[in-house]
Design a protein around this ligand. Structure first.
Ligand SMILES: [Fe+2]
Ligand SMILES: [Fe+2]
Ligand SMILES: [Fe+2]
Length: 327
């Protein structure tokens, strides 16, 4: 029966968002200690309270559906489902990286609730639909607060640094941007065959060419600062101190999750370039400022186009679950 299938899919999505919230709590408990800036720390504390309540509301829905609490515990500890759960376990060590990481994570959550809302609408489940809309709004608002914190995060990261120190930070942010573009190329090269839906595959193909040019542009800015290729090559698998191996090792298993993951990834890039732009301003490097501004426009457009595929991705997820096109 298609109805039973859609119910099962809804339970699966609820299980996924539950594991996302469990990881978010662990992340938000650590965040205030790394934030340095008091306003940033306060935003994390506020969202920790909201997130504990979100976890409780999602768990309540799962229990109403007869999900076994021991299964919940297992799934929460597992690095499956969303690859971003692996990302949440990484430990950003500076206010800038923390803010970029959190900004991306909130967008991953937002995507997960957008998808949950679509599944709930198809299952005609009003309580889950209301839950997804309510929590999705909180995630969106937290992401907006974090965007307003970019200035403070850069100021906190550059605090006590002289002009040599600021130049060093600029090279470090450029190195991170280069590493993240290398990861983006991997995602976009394998993306079209994983996408499952043509709309999403096309977004990946279009963004692949842009991403190659972005990496080139970042390399030029690194060379302008006399950063040797070997120095940034060796960082290819790292985003600052963050090892992305586990992040990419846990491949999303459905078009819907891949769309959510790619949306979060674009926001990791957006945050990275928003921070880079600010550091470049402080370092009096207008060429890097304009490179970052140009790339941000492309990353934002890619993110919006990915968000435009969620309906199609959800249809594909449900169709594959039913396994019977006539059903
Ligand atoms: Fe959140
Ligand atoms: Fe990029
Ligand atoms: Fe991108």
């Amino acid at each position: 029966m298609p109805d039973r299938n859609i119910e099962e899919q809804l339970t699966k999505f609820l299980t996924d968002v539950h594991s996302i919230e469990v990881q978010a709590i662990a992340q938000l408990e650590r965040a205030p200690d790394i934030a340095v800036d008091e306003g940033l720390a306060a935003d994390f504390r506020q969202h920790l309270g909201e997130t504990r309540e979100q976890e409780r509301l999602v768990r309540e829905q799962l229990e109403l559906r007869g999900a076994d609490p021991s299964t919940l515990k297992d799934i929460a500890g597992r690095v499956g489902g969303y690859a971003m759960v692996a990302f949440a376990k990484l430990n950003p060590d500076t206010p800038g990286k923390l803010t970029a990481h959190a900004f991306s994570y909130e967008h991953m959550e937002l995507a997960a609730y957008e998808l949950l809302a679509r599944a709930a609408r198809r299952a005609q489940d009003q309580p889950v639909l209301e839950l997804a809309e309510k929590i999705g709004l909180q995630e969106k608002q937290m992401a907006e607060r974090l965007a307003e914190d970019f200035d403070a995060a850069v100021a906190a990261s550059l605090r006590d640094k002289d002009s040599d120190g600021i130049q060093g930070e600029l090279v470090s942010y450029l190195t991170d941007a280069h590493a993240i573009e290398a990861q983006a190329l991997q995602l976009l090269e394998s993306g079209p065959k994983l996408a499952g839906v043509e709309e999403l595959a096309q977004v990946f193909r279009d963004h692949l060419d842009e991403t190659r040019a972005q990496r080139q542009l970042v390399e030029e800015r690194l060379r302008a600062h006399d950063a040797k290729p070997s120095r940034f090559q060796s960082a290819a698998m790292r985003f600052g101190g963050l090892n992305l191996g586990g992040f990419f090792g846990a491949q999303p298993d459905t078009p819907a999750k891949l769309a959510g993951f790619a949306y979060a990834f674009e926001h990791l890039e957006i945050a990275g370039y928003e921070l880079l732009r600010r550091v470049a301003e402080r370092a009096n490097d207008p060429e890097t400022v304009s490179a970052a501004e140009r790339i941000i426009v492309e990353e934002r457009r890619a993110a919006e186009r990915i968000a435009g595929t969620w309906d199609a991705a959800m249809d594909a997820a449900l169709a594959s679950l039913v396994g019977d096109p006539a059903g």
